[in-house]
Design a protein around this ligand. Structure first.
Ligand code: ATP
Length: 239
């Protein structure tokens, strides 16, 4: 049995359907990347798994139990934690306080403030700084650290690299192996195909709300991934 099983998932915003019959299985301790263009439905998929958006059809099972109908904090208590797009840290609270809040309604486990500061050395000197005075990369590190404080079994990471300079992306991604070593399962949403394939064992491409391709990241055919991403079979190589 996979840790996460998504079956026949539909999601809607009013009349607009964003996901169509999405199927996805993620084994425990595996990192899977969800790749797709703007508007493909990647954030919507993570939001339905985290319980922020109710699906209009289908099932989401975590460790064999359906999550459908459970509010986000109940999912957090089971070990499902979302780092949302846009980070959403608390600007008036310090880095330390943001981390402490992350432990609320979570599980017991290996992650403590001290461990987070070890995993993200860039946060260490900023413990007392307010969230409002952090750079984009520092906010992203804090958002991941805050989610880890709930000791998730499944960590959902939405667009980690969005708006960050490549060097900062590298710093943030450098913490991922430490997170994986804890046996945490990661579902990572990325627009950067190279980054997405480098970090993951498995990948799935979303195209207009449907899974268009999935497979092993190590043996992924770049042309096939590009086609599955853009939805055309004649994408020019020099594009
Ligand atoms: P992005 O990288 O732009 O976030 P994405 O793949 O994560 O892309 P989603 O954010 O899941 O895409 O959006 C999927 C579709 O649903 C898009 O067409 C988007 O316009 C639409 N959508 C997303 N959020 C809402 C909302 N709150 N209300 C209405 N439509 C929405």
């Amino acid at each position: 049995m996979s840790l996460l099983e998504v079956e026949g998932l539909d999601a809607r915003y009013g009349d607009f359907q964003a996901l169509f019959g999405v199927n996805l299985s993620v084994e425990e301790s595996v990192t899977e990347s969800i790749i797709g263009a703007n508007g493909a439905g990647k954030s919507t998929l993570l939001k339905t798994i985290a319980g922020v958006l109710p699906p209009s059809a289908g099932d989401i099972r975590f460790d064999g139990k359906s999550l459908v109908g459970l509010p986000p904090n109940a999912r957090l208590a089971l070990g499902v934690s979302l780092v949302p797009e846009g980070r959403r840290i608390f600007p008036s609270l310090s880095v330390d306080e943001n981390l402490i809040i992350g432990a609320h309604s979570g599980r017991k486990g290996p992650w403590t403030k001290e461990r987070i500061y070890e995993a993200f050395p860039l946060l260490q000197p900023l413990a007392k700084r307010s969230g409002a005075r952090l750079s984009g990369g520092e906010q992203q590190a804090l958002a991941i650290g805050r989610a880890l404080m709930s000791n998730p079994r499944l960590l959902l990471l939405d667009e980690v690299s969005l708006g960050l300079a490549p060097i900062v992306v590298k710093q943030v991604y450098a913490a991922l192996p430490t997170i994986m070593e804890q046996g945490t399962t990661l579902l990572v949403v990325e627009q950067d195909v190279n980054q997405a394939l480098a970090v993951a064992t498995r990948f799935a491409c979303l195209l207009e709300g449907r899974i268009s391709l999935s497979g092993d990241a190590a043996t992924a055919n770049r042309d096939a991934v590009t086609d599955a991403y853009f939805g055309m079979s004649s994408v020019k190589k020099d594009h």
